[in-house]
Design a protein around this ligand. Sequence first.
Ligand SMILES: [Ca+2]
Ligand SMILES: [Ca+2]
Ligand SMILES: [Ca+2]
Length: 157
Amino acid sequence: MSATSSLTSRRLVATGLAAGAVIGTAALPASAADHDRSARPKVEISAVQYDSPGRDDRSNRSLKREWVELTNTTRHTVNLDGWTLADEDGHTYTFDHYRLAGRATVRIHTGLGRDTRADLYQDRRNYVWDNRSDAATLRNDRDRLIDRESWGRGGRH
Ligand SMILES: [Ca+2]
Ligand SMILES: [Ca+2]
Ligand SMILES: [Ca+2]
């Protein structure tokens, strides 16, 4: 079982919690709120490969294969400028002038690389997503919680 599939199975539980958090904090225009009756986050953490395949040797090849994927669940482009993706220890990646197209998915790699529309790089020299237990938290440019995914033994809160 891959790290990705084990997280996906846990997502079913996490989704309800994340959606509830968004209901309480969303400050969407009425039209947008009406449009999105499901109250799901507009952008969600759709997959996390927290354990880079193979031995964790801190090579850039391995660091690039540790990643988080975000998916825009709407038909409209979402401007992620100023949004943040952080782990439980506060290691934070800030999106810079990035727009995620409707229905599109972007993969944020831990290692060093050149950003494209589909792949962004944190340019780190070490792993950020702990293999045993950690959480990825996505916040918008106003520091509002958008989505959170945790894994490992009960997670840490
Ligand atoms: Ca890892
Ligand atoms: Ca590994
Ligand atoms: Ca971590």
